[in-house]
Each structure stands twice: as C-alpha cells, then as structure tokens.
Design a protein around this ligand. Structure first.
Ligand SMILES: Cc1ncc(COP(=O)(O)O)c(C=O)c1O
Length: 454
C-alpha cells in the first residue's frame, strides 16, 4: 500500500557512507501503517513532507527504526541550529524536569530570568527587553500589536499601517498571514485589514528592481501617507527563496523608518542565532531593528520564541496586559539557555559562515552547470535556496523541485518539501554544526539528483 499517492514505496540503491545509510525501500514498507495512521487522523494539510518516520536525531543525522540514517539538510524546519538532540540541551531539559518545575505561567522562575537576561545581553542596543512566547507566529502578532500601539500613541489612530513584503511568510495565524505576501495563503481572509499592505521584495530575481525608490513609489501608488506607517516588517531573508535584500536598500529603509517614526521590525524567526553566518541575520545589513522576532533556532528543540525590542515599545502595556500562558516555560527556557551557550561556545555562526561559504561556492558551480533549470541560487551562511524553473525562463518548476527532493531523500540526504514561489525552491538548511566533509558530500548528492531529474 502506498503511503501517499505521490510516494509509492520503491526499491532504491543501497547507500552506505560515513554520513548516510539507506538499506530499505523508501518509504520503508514497515513504516506505512504509521504514515497511514497520520493520514487518517490528522488534517490533510499535515501531509506533504517526505515520508521519513523520525525515530531519533543526533547532531546532523536523522534515524528511522529500520536502519536508515539521513544526513539532515532540513534542521526540522530550521530549528536545530546547535544540532539535533545535543546532550547539553537534553541534560538541561531533564534536570529542569526532575526538579520538578514544568510550568509557572507568568509567576517568576529563575530559568526564565536567566534566559531573558542572556537574550538582552547578547543583543545589540536598542534591543533592551525580551518577551518570551511559544511560536514564531505569536511573535509576529505581538510585534504588529506593539508597532500599532506605538504608532497610535505617536500619531493618532491613522498611524497604524504595517508595511510588509510580497512573497513574505510570517506564520499562519490571522495577523501573521495578513502581513504575509503569498496571495494563495490569504484567500480565506475575507475581511482584509486595509492597514496591512505589501510592497515588492527586492530579491533581484522575482523582483528585478532592487532600488529603494520602488518602496516609496509603491506606497504612493497604494495611497499610503508615510506619516501613517506604524511599522515595516520584513524577514531578514525571505524563507521562501532564501533571498536577502541589498544592504543599501535596508540602510535606506532604516533611515526612512526613523524619519517617519515607523518601527523597523525584523522577522528573525529563521535567520536568528547563527543561521546566516552572523549571530543575528540583520548584522549583514549593518542596522539594528526596533523590534526583532525569534523562534525556531532559539532552543534547537522545544517550542519557545521571543520578541526583543526597544524598552519604550516593549513597556507600552501595563502589568498583566501582554502575557501568554506558556511564556518562558521552564523546560523550554532551560533548553534555550543550553542552546544559546552551545551556539556561542562553539561559535556556530562562524562555522555557518565558513562551511556555508564552501557550500555556496559549490552551489554556484551547480547553478552555472544547469543555467536553464536553476533560475537563481540565493542564501548566505548555512541557508540556501535553488529556484528551479521551466527550461530557460523564470516560470517556477515545482515538479522538478519535488523530484529532486525525493531523489535526495532516497539517497540519504534529508530535505523538506520544496518551498517558496510556485513551490519550486529546493531549500538547504543543515544544522550549523555540520562540517565541511559532510557538506561537500551532500552537495555532491544534490548534484547527482539534479543530473538525474533535470
Ligand atoms: C520567517 C518566519 N516567520 C514566522 C514563522 C512562523 O513560525 P511558527 O511556525 O513557529 O509559528 C516562520 C515559520 O516557518 C518563518 O519562517
């Protein structure tokens, strides 16, 4: 029985290297009852990922129960910056659990205090206060709320517009999705908030014009008075394509925000904590935002997220008015603290820069070899996106991207399903502790997959 219509179990070549081991058909026939159970009991929307039933994950590896071992290029979904199942993180969780102190709502607890202090001390001014939440989407909702509250306070109720970007992804809750820039994900939102608008994202591929003038021209076209803008929200790099903005653009944006008393908000949910080769992704632009949203790599494990921001903005609400049931949950906070210690102690941002540099060099070579099928290669540090296109043009080629990911998984290189515009970006985002040897092997596997599928 097939697990999904797309992934019939099939015999694949045996793989046995230092980093990868594939010894069964894929999907593993014995795993199919589990996959079917998920399909039966979960919403359809939870499907779509390669049918690898994770049993254990350590460092840069994911293992199933049937003897297969993948070299991981997913980090879950850019979660495990420090690596999967790091002993230091496991120990921190266990010792916190054994106290036991499993929750404390907003009552003070010591580990939460240590975490917010750590976050504030490692962040540049003016990121002076930290508010802990559970998911990335919640941090976006919170940042929108704070920016609007601040705008209204500065300039009255008209100063409430939040500008975000085409093709942006900020999460799946109402506000986060409205601030997103992917029309297909927003069809269900009947009453669009006219105060949440999008402008072109200067990625240099889907939007050729990377000049800042386009930002101002678009606001003018949308009849948005700059004085009414409360905040500008953007991903440090767009997750859908691993696409960064030009530094010059962001520096002008920062000046524009300051001139119009609009908060600059970076969504660092993917970019934070070393992923891009800097501790914070916004360092590449040599600006510091007024608010920054973090999630994923903050703990490399348990669900915890954070908004960091200017003290005057973070303190806009009085005691008890900006809280969340699981804020700074002690287990999650312990995991995050241990994770941040690892990222700093092992200088994983530097590793991402070095190993990522080698990876990007090789990916650029692959792009040059297949110019008709790889429309663009974006990314920095240990995040990359290959934008697959129909021969010779810019039309996204989602089917090809899917076929490449499937071949990679069959060869022991784990990637999540393609993302981004037209579902055509093959996304590469290993744990930041990956070494050069494993990276070179993985890029070689990817090249084989492209060769076989293109
Ligand atoms: C840039 C970015 N922002 C926000 C989110 C939403 O985070 P979460 O899924 O934890 O709500 C994501 C998730 O992929 C993301 O990539």
């Amino acid at each position: 029985m097939p697990a999904t219509s797309e992934w019939q179990s099939r015999t694949v070549d045996r793989v046995e290297t230092k980093y990868r081991r594939i010894v069964t058909p894929i999907p593993v026939p014995e795993s199919i009852p589990i996959l079917e159970k998920l399909k039966r009991c979960e919403p359809e929307a939870m499907g779509g990922q390669p049918p690898v039933v994770w049993d254990r994950a350590e460092g840069v590896h994911v293992f199933d129960r049937w003897g297969n071992q993948w070299l991981d290029w997913s980090s879950g979904v850019l979660i495990t910056n420090a690596g999967h199942g790091r002993a230091e993180i496991v120990d921190a969780i266990l010792s916190q659990a054994r106290k036991p102190l499993l929750t404390s709502y907003c009552f003070p607890n010591e580990v939460r205090a240590a975490l917010v202090e750590k976050l504030v001390s490692m962040s540049p001014a003016p990121l002076e206060k930290a508010f802990l939440l559970t998911t990335g989407s919640e941090t976006i909702e919170c940042a929108i709320k704070l920016a609007r509250t601040n705008g209204i306070k500065q300039g009255g109720r008209e100063k409430s517009v939040i500008v975000s970007f085409d093709r942006a992804f900020h999460g799946r809750t109402l506000g986060a999705q409205m601030a997103g820039g992917i029309p297909g994900l927003k069809e269900w939102i009947v009453n669009h908030d006219p105060g949440l608008v999008q402008v072109p994202y200067p990625d240099g591929f889907r939007t050729d014009d990377v000049g800042f003038a386009l930002f101002e021209e678009t606001l003018e076209r949308l009849r948005i008075d700059p004085r009414h803008v409360a905040g500008v929200l953007l991903e440090t790099y767009q997750g859908g394509g691993s696409s960064f903005c030009p530094k010059e653009y962001i520096q002008q944006l920062k000046k524009w925000c300051d001139a119009h008393q609009a908060l600059l908000i970076f969504d660092e949910v993917q970019a934070g904590f070393g992923r891009t080769g800097k501790l914070f992704g916004f360092e590449h632009y040599e600006v510091v935002p007024d608010l920054a949203c973090f999630g994923k790599g903050l703990s490399s494990s348990l669900p915890i997220s954070a908004v960091l921001g200017r003290q005057d903005v973070m303190d806009l609400y009085p005691p008890g008015a900006m809280t969340s049931t699981h804020t700074g949950n002690p287990l999650c906070a312990a995991a995050a603290l241990a994770n941040l210690d690892l990222i700093l102690r092992e200088n994983l941002a530097l590793n991402a820069l070095k190993v990522g540099g080698i990876m990007h060099c090789k990916l650029a070579g692959i792009k040059n070899k297949y110019p008709a099928t790889i429309g663009a290669h974006h990314g920095m540090g240990l995040v990359a996106g290959l934008h697959m296109v129909k021969p010779g043009g810019k039309e996204p080629h989602g089917e090809l991207a899917k076929a490449i990911v499937r071949r990679a998984v069959e060869k022991g290189l784990l990637m999540f399903a393609p993302v981004g515009f037209g579902g055509a970006t093959v996304k590469i985002c290993p744990p930041l502790c990956i070494n050069e040897e494993a990276t070179v092997e993985a890029v070689h596997v990817l090249e084989e997959c492209i060769e076989e599928c293109a």
